[in-house]
Design a protein around this ligand. Structure first.
Ligand SMILES: Cc1cc2nc3c(=O)[nH]c(=O)nc-3n(C[C@H](O)[C@H](O)[C@H](O)COP(=O)(O)OP(=O)(O)OC[C@H]3O[C@@H](n4cnc5c(N)ncnc54)[C@H](O)[C@@H]3O)c2cc1C
Ligand code: FES
Length: 340
């Protein structure tokens, strides 16, 4: 039977089964509590027990000292409970509260999704996790010390590996390597999490999400997170690309639309090919959004992808009444300083 855990000072509650860690239970139910290794070693998930007791599956983990345990602290990534609890821990509300760290990761998977997009799965060091919020990005640091930003396409609850969608750029330092010499097992230096492109969950407004090309990556993360926490807000995804082949995961948004009554999907092709057999929307994606939302004053808009597309979407929806504060964006600017 699950037990109820009340979190102070927020007053939020979640349920935990006796055989799952308190952290897993909280994350599963959409509460963002701080963590690091999820392995009992780093101490980042420490919380004070205000009422009730916890147990650990084995020895008391290394991340908590005996004196701290006696003083009523617990490591939530390992602790289990057989009773209702009250715990004191500060929830994470904003991406800025997460401190970026530098990690060595291993390429676990390389999958060609279409003619110019590769899905990379990056394996964190054994028993490590990187805490992030859906929609954030990491930087890959090349051997020459160059930083290249890539959005995280996986949601935080599915953080066993980091998923990137990398589009080939002709002559590009990093992407030429991804599509050329990169092999599974290669070690990459990364730093993250970075960025503020996260879902403002306190807002009750319908959400319009606009992806251009691999701007689908952070938006996939945002949507999978929203589905996971059970949001009932209407979610409308536009995915703007040139031709049909550029919709590099075509079945995924279609499956979401089929399974979820609050989700709708509008792909928009700007230059369909003769053989595309396309009878869907065409033109620029910002024009499609503008046509569908003549009054955008009541929605929240999230746009990610090429800077020129992100600016065009912003201008279109602000023209149609969207307050600028409710426009959130992740322009894939290039030309990040070489050394940081
Ligand atoms: C916050 C953020 C998130 C990002 N997320 C992603 C992502 O999820 N997926 C993804 O594929 N990219 C993403 N990018 C872009 C990515 O960081 C790189 O710019 C891109 O992969 C090129 O790197 P490169 O080393 O191969 O090319 P570089 O060696 O940096 O550039 C080679 C040449 O191509 C030009 N160029 C660089 N990038 C582009 C581009 N995107 N389009 C057209 N010309 C370009 C440069 O000006 C230069 O002339 C993101 C950028 C930012 C800032
Ligand atoms: S997250 Fe590192 S000890 Fe719990």
């Amino acid at each position: 039977m699950p037990h109820t855990i009340r979190v102070e000072p927020s007053g939020h509650r979640f349920e935990a089964a006796p055989d799952e860690s308190l952290l897993d239970a909280a994350l599963r139910q959409g509460l963002v509590l701080p963590y690091g290794c999820r392995n009992g070693a780093c101490g980042s998930c420490k919380a004070r027990l205000l009422n009730g007791q916890v147990t650990y599956p084995g020895e008391t983990p290394d991340g908590i000292e005996a004196g701290e345990a006696e003083a009523g602290f617990a490591l939530l990534c390992q602790a289990r409970t057989a009773q209702d609890l009250v715990i004191e821990v500060n929830e994470i509300h904003e991406a800025g509260e997460l401190r970026p760290e530098r990690l060595a990761v291993r390429v676990r998977g390389l999958e060609r999704l279409n003619h110019d997009v590769m899905r990379l799965q990056l394996q964190l060091p054994r028993d490590r996790r990187m805490q992030f919020m859906a929609g954030q990005y990491i930087e890959v640091i090349t051997r020459e010390g160059r930083h290249r930003a890539y959005s995280l396409a996986n949601p935080p609850h599915d953080d066993g590996a980091l998923e990137l969608h990398v589009r080939f750029v002709s002559g590009g330092d990093f992407t030429e390597h991804v599509f050329g010499g990169m092999r599974e097992g290669e070690v990459l230096q990364i730093q993250g999490p970075l960025g503020q492109f996260t879902l403002r969950e306190a807002s009750p407004n319908p959400v319009v999400l606009v992806a251009g090309g691999t701007g689908f990556a952070p938006i996939k993360g945002l949507l999978e997170h929203a589905f996971h926490v059970g949001t009932t807000r209407p979610l409308h995804l536009y995915w703007g690309v040139r031709a049909r082949r550029d919709l590099y995961l075509p079945a995924l948004p279609e499956a979401w639309a089929e399974a979820r009554p609050n989700f709708s999907y509008t792909p928009v092709l700007s230059e369909p090919l003769a053989g595309d057999g396309w009878d869907g929307r065409t033109g620029f994606v910002h024009d499609a959004v503008a046509a569908d939302y003549p009054d955008a004053s009541g929605v929240d808009v999230y746009a990610a992808g090429p800077p020129v597309m992100v600016r065009a979407v912003r201008d279109a929806v602000v023209d149609h009444g969207l307050p600028e504060a409710r426009f959130h964006s992740d322009p894939f600017e290039w030309g990040i300083p070489e050394e940081k």
